[in-house]
Design a protein around this ligand. Structure first.
Ligand code: NAD
Ligand code: IPM
Ligand code: MN
Length: 359
């Protein structure tokens, strides 16, 4: 079977990590008899440099015509002073919105060999960690009305958080259905003690919980959730939350599983077309130095095989190869932990994973 993948390498470490992921897909293709054809498209800072805008129409068109989209990361200091509507990040928000990708699944799994890279005490994580953050991705404060105006004290700026009932219902549905297939425990994270949008969020969640009596559902205020993730992360199975809270909590969750370089994600909508991207950013501080961990992107490509193409054995093979490499003690600098062992470059880590796949 031939699968058409639109590839957005993006900025910073984006091209380095995406190349490792597509080379992994090629090995899967050889081994299982599939072909993956890639169309490189521009988004982010590189698109601004080439075309003047962060998300060219051509990119949206090609993504829509593809079977799936693989993304590295966008952004960097070069474009940080541009006005909001011309920033690289606006391209990312634009593609998520244009493709209707309202559900962002961010699994935070602690791989057993990485216990040393985890910042928490061994006894806190001894049973392992397997948390799924279900982040709302096309609403909330990211997409609310914003602007600048003259107030009584001069210039002021505002961003608004707004959620409609259908927007909450559809993300809640994803979360309840996913929880049902896991440990049946759902934590809905909000700030209902202050925000009206969170109070509506909570009402909808409670209403829907009645449809899922087999799922144990509870509310957690976001400040407490941030604390509980460090105090006792194993209490969580599925977390469902708004766009901004999900952004923040997923970076936090990544660190308790070892490194942000390990956390993949899938951005999904109603149809089959999804966007697969690491949780981390373009890491300008290490770009071009071969220091980036490609694993988050490689596992994101694995999620693509699983969710977009229903290639379960192939996706399992990627997860197994990553685990095998970690078990052998192979590490990029971000997961090296203490002890100063010799580390692999981005390409060497990709090579090691591909060697496992071929073995
Ligand atoms: P970042 O995630 O890029 O980097 C934070 C820290 O984590 C850095 O020290 C970086 O070196 C490290 N890191 C990140 N990914 C790594 C990897 N794969 N391997 C090893 N170390 C890794 O966050 P930031 O520095 O706040 O943002 C940099 C730029 O990326 C900004 O322009 C931001 O807007 C953008 N960004 C883009 C995305 C995306 O495209 N999906 C996501 C987050 C941030
Ligand atoms: C992420 C990123 C993006 C977000 C930015 C770059 C727009 O931080 O994917 O987590 O906040 O969604
Ligand atoms: Mn983020």
């Amino acid at each position: 079977m031939n699968y058409k993948i639109a590839v957005i390498k993006g900025d910073g470490i984006g091209p380095e990590i995406v190349d490792e992921a597509t080379k992994v897909l090629d090995v899967i293709g050889e081994k299982y008899g599939h072909t993956f054809t890639y169309t490189n498209v521009l988004m982010g800072g590189c698109a601004i440099d080439a075309t003047g805008v962060p998300l060219p129409d051509e990119t949206v068109k090609i993504c829509k015509e593809s079977d799936s989209v693989l993304l590295g990361a966008v952004g960097g200091p070069k474009w940080d002073t541009l006005p909001g509507h011309l920033r690289p990040e606006k391209g990312l928000l634009g593609i998520r919105s244009a493709l209707g990708l309202y559900a962002n699944l961010r699994p935070a799994v602690l791989y057993a060999p990485l216990k040393d890279a985890c910042m928490l005490k061994p006894e806190t994580v001894k049973g392992g960690l397997d948390i799924l953050i279900v982040r709302e991705l096309t609403g909330g404060i990211y997409f609310g009305e914003r602007g600048r105006r003259q107030g009584k004290n001069g210039e002021e700026a505002y961003d608004t958080e707004c959620y409609s009932v259908p927007e909450i219902e559809r993300i809640a549905r994803v979360a309840f259905e996913t929880a049902r297939k896991r440990k049946k425990k759902l934590a809905s994270v909000d700030k209902a003690n202050v925000l009206e949008s969170s109070r509506l969020w909570r009402e909808v969640i409670h209403r829907m919980a009645k449809e899922y009596p087999d799922v144990e559902c509870r509310d957690v205020l976001v400040d407490n959730a941030a604390m509980q993730l460090v105090r006792d992360p194993a209490q969580f199975d599925v977390i469902v939350t708004s766009n901004m809270f999900g952004d923040i909590l997923s970076d936090e969750a990544s660190m308790i599983t070892g490194s942000i370089g390990m956390l993949p994600s899938a951005s999904l909508g109603e149809g089959k077309l999804g966007l697969y991207e690491p949780t981390h950013g373009s890491a300008p501080d290490i770009a071009g130095q071969g220091k980036a961990n490609p694993i988050a992107t490689i596992i994101s490509a694995g999620m693509m095989l699983r969710y977009a193409f229903d290639l379960q054995a192939e996706a399992d093979a990627i997860d197994t190869a990553v685990l095998a490499v970690l078990e052998k003690g192979l590490r990029t600098p971000d997961i090296a932990g203490v002890g100063g062992q010799k580390t692999l470059t981005t390409t060497e880590m990709g090579d090691a994973i591909r060697a496992e796949l071929r073995a």
